[in-house]
Design a protein around this ligand. Sequence first.
Ligand code: FE
Ligand code: ZN
Length: 256
Amino acid sequence: MSKLEIHQIPCLNDNYGYLIHDPEADMTAAIDTPDTAPIETALRSHGWQLTHILNTHHHGDHTGGNLALQERTGCTIIGPRDEADKIPGIDREVGDGDTFLFGTHEVRVLGVPGHTLGHIAYYFEDAEVAFVGDALFALGCGRVFEGTPDQMWGSLEKLMQLPDNTKVYCAHEYTQANAKFAITVEPGNADLSARVKEIDALRARGEPTVPTTIGLERRTNPFVRPMSEEIQSIVGLVGATPAAVFTEVRLRKDSF
Ligand code: FE
Ligand code: ZN
């Protein structure tokens, strides 16, 4: 397996930008561009040349640095076809099911609409990592701004089909707030209680709670656990469809 180096960059208030580097091909991509300066600082400190930007969706805290970075580095911008008109500087449009090469790595594009209609995730099967933007968070999921809750549920189901050991790099540090909500809808989940303690300890030391893994989310994230009898009973939807339970959980979090 060839190597993929990943560098996590706190940006703005609670965003994470990422640099990924393929040492064999000497290629470097920014996953989203919340800001310019911290990304350039990280590039300089590693001695990496930016060759690509991979955008997950069109929101400004994910694309705000696109044009400045493209102007300074001449990098190629890859982004979601279904919202290409809103991705500054986009050179190459990709959508669900597409694959492309980043150096020696095959990248699979997953359409994960809901937060925005064209939102995509980038899955590196050989490196066992996924960059999911604002579709899935540690103990949370993105707000459903443009799509429907059904669509968002379909997107989360798709992500949950990835192998349990897949590392999940989300675009925000929202975990502690998500944990406070999660524990109210599944208080009897021992894995969740243990995780909440770990999260509090990490944040008390100022450390990130991201990345997470698909397996950990499957065990603890209420948004991907609508089959949990406890969640169904707490939201008053025993025996309802997963999509219906998800919709109710999402609604409750919106006003939590
Ligand atoms: Fe967003
Ligand atoms: Zn965001």
